[in-house]
Write a protein that binds this ligand. Sequence first.
Ligand code: PLP
Length: 520
Amino acid sequence: MSDWSRAASTRPVEDHATTVGTATGNRGLQIEEKLIFEQDSPGRCGVDLVDPPPFRTRLGGLERQGRIGLPGLSEPQIVRHFTRLSQKNYAIDSGVYPLGSCTMKHNPRLNEKLARLPGLADIHPLQPVSTVPGALALIDTLAHWLKTLTGMPAIALSPGAGAHGELCGMMSICAALEARGERRSRVLVPESAHGTNPATAAACGYAVDSVSSNPRGRVDIGALRTKLDTDVAALMLTNPNTCGLFEDEILEIAAAVHAVGAFFYCDGANFNAIVGRVRPADLGIDCMHLNLHKTFSTPHGGGGPGSGPVALAASLAPYAPLPWQARGPDGPGLVEHKEGEAQQSIGRLKGFHGQMGMFVRALAYMLSHGADGLRQVAEDAVLNANYLRVRLDSDLSPSFPGPCMHEVLFDDRFLKGTGITTLDFAKALIDEGYHPMTMYFPLIVHGALLIEPTETESKASLDEFVETLKVLAAKARFGETAFFHGAPHYTPRRRLDETAAARKLVLRWYAEPVNQQAEE
Ligand SMILES: Cc1ncc(COP(=O)(O)O)c(C=O)c1O
């Protein structure tokens, strides 16, 4: 049984106790948490209610006969259980979170406070439009800021994540081509792209055609030109790209894409690097999603609640998903059906209007920074990444020469001949109290380590991070291979079997031990 299976099995405590060497299995104040079901005391309850008066049942004999299997715990037990679980999470509120491509930046508490105002938090999506003019005005103002920052005339706010925004954009492109009476079958995606790009294109029924990169880590424009023809529906390009580099031939790329009648989709996940500095519309982009949880600091969730608004050029605006914001004689309103101006809309992608709580936070972020403050965000994010690049230049191996944008990419050449991999290096970083950087992505360099410090980090915290990386790089150079292979040494769980963790998940708890083999 792998470490992971053991961790997730019904008997983690005894096994772990033997490895840790404490009587309890706990480590310092890190408590070895049992599953809630293992803490069950049948009959125990957090509330003490009087029995209901006798009543005549109307269930016709279908009453429940036995327990439903909920664990019996007291209120303090429940509070401790969930508090301890919450403390096992690492978060941007805990420390440096240099996960490249994810823009893990501080979520200002002001945004949280505003999102919790009863007038915003307590409105119901089914309330009559006439009772929520303030909320609609807020959505309208957010759209105005996003249009101003992107230079695009239309914004679709309902998509619930970056990938959902991609779907929205590609469906709009598909609808625009159909309206032109064209059936195109291919979408071009650079090989450095995030996996969601080819997945979205495929989900929309397109064949995905990969475009190679040049030695400078940008799209090879020669290779792109050979693939462009009237069968291409769109190019999906990330800018700055996932190597943390600005696509400096983007104007030529846009012209080449448009010359064959295709659309230029930009993955705007990395907008944090250019917000306030560059307007995507000026780069010839037709459509671009923005991840509010990255650039505009709304909290990241496990895939949600996110928000991935899509900026659309005039050629794609008629296909934007419902609902549309509208301005009537009596103030802001909504277009909710495919009629009138909205006849060609791709319809609804999501219930209601999108993630209102995220809209409030994002707008609070924009208004509290102002236009100049947002530009400063981009400049600081780029400055921080370049500070790391320069300070780590001779310890790690930068994949591409010259300045980077908001994230800096290293590969594993600095580990060559040591027997230590990118994974080993990242595990050792956990022991030092840091969440690892993104590993093995993008795929175009070997053993990638992608670091995105964001503007959140101060020079002092970057310096501490740099010193830690330098120490680890020196340990690797001095051949401390066994140390790396055993890392992490100080976490509640040691090195997991990564394959088993992904392939043999133990997701169910059974009251009685069952033959796990049979389960698998
Ligand atoms: C470049 C890029 N594109 C798309 C996405 C997908 O965004 P989301 O996670 O909001 O769906 C991400 C997410 O990290 C990304 O980094």
